[in-house]
Design a protein around this ligand. Sequence first.
Ligand SMILES: Cc1ncc(COP(=O)(O)O)c(C=O)c1O
Length: 382
Amino acid sequence: MRRRDFIRTGTVSGLVAGSGFAAGGGILAGSAGPLTAAPGRRSTNGAVRLNSNENPLGISPAAREAVLEALVLANRYPSDQHAEVVAKLAAAHEVAENQIVMGTGSAEVLQMVVQAYAAPRAKLVMADPTYEAVTNYQRTEAYELVKVPLTASYEHDLDRMREAAEGSGHPALVYLCNPNNPTATVTPSADIDAWIADAPEHVFFLSDEAYIEYVEDDRMWSSLPWIEKKRNLVVVRTFSKIYGMAGLRLGYGIAHPDTAARLADFASRNNVNQIALAAAGASFRDEELIGKSIAVNREAREMVEATLDELGLERMPTQANFLMHRISGDLATYRNRMAEAGFLVGRDFPPKLDWNRLSFGLPEDMGRFCDTLRDFRGKGWI
Ligand SMILES: Cc1ncc(COP(=O)(O)O)c(C=O)c1O
């Protein structure tokens, strides 16, 4: 049976529909048009998911098609397809194939870096607050963790981070999350470049650019050009955000070939699956999906920003698909009330415990969310 016939017989659609996967407006809910459907918009308890910085639009039409076709390869290890996607990423980033390391989500790449650069008396230097995965992964390693509070304008405090990383002369892993999660704020790349340019070899930079496609602030750009000159840097990207593939798990690091080889030793074998590879291959640099994702995100953001301003709730400037805003009162109570009103919102990000992180969903959902905020204000809850 040819691959396309396999799909047309309905065997695959039966398989997927039978799993309940389609019921939530998922992969086969094609009639509404893939970019206007809202796949997985609600959690199992029916609340709209505004809590995990996901892309509410879902994967691209080409990715859906490719995923269905790839199901026939489920019995095969994905080495050929892995190589094809690596080649595609390498060509697009104008690097060699041995400079790309893929992971099951960028989270696995972060883990590889934490493992690969652990050393006796090594420091792990990061902002506070920042994305917590790296903090979790270092628990089993030899690092001394140094958390440096963000500046008053929510940038990484590069001077203090540099002091912490370089002061002791011991190896240091520096995690730079730009834009930063959970604050969605950017740190000027000129300042980051100045540090990378001068940093000694024993300082290794882990540059996490998970949200770079959303950035409009021209003070931020990628650290990617450094990998041609420097071994002490990896740039990490993901298919989870702009490409809407958080549930498929594919991210990658780009580095000098020597660095990439060192990281690859820590990847789990055959880590990225056929389905994720198919979707990634079909959607990478899909201008329509990227453009639509950015436009929908901007519309949602502007609506939320206007409502927060109207209610006098302080907010941080955002360069991503989420923002942080202040609430008055207890965060857990606020979250519970929002859940009762039908919205899942952020989690605790100490030390910012009077701020909520809100991910942007579809504009229509954000409109209802904004009405709920006004209602909460009327009740004196925020
Ligand atoms: C800054 C940052 N890096 C990495 C990740 C991990 O993403 P994934 O493993 O889905 O690629 C996330 C997820 O939210 C994130 O916010």
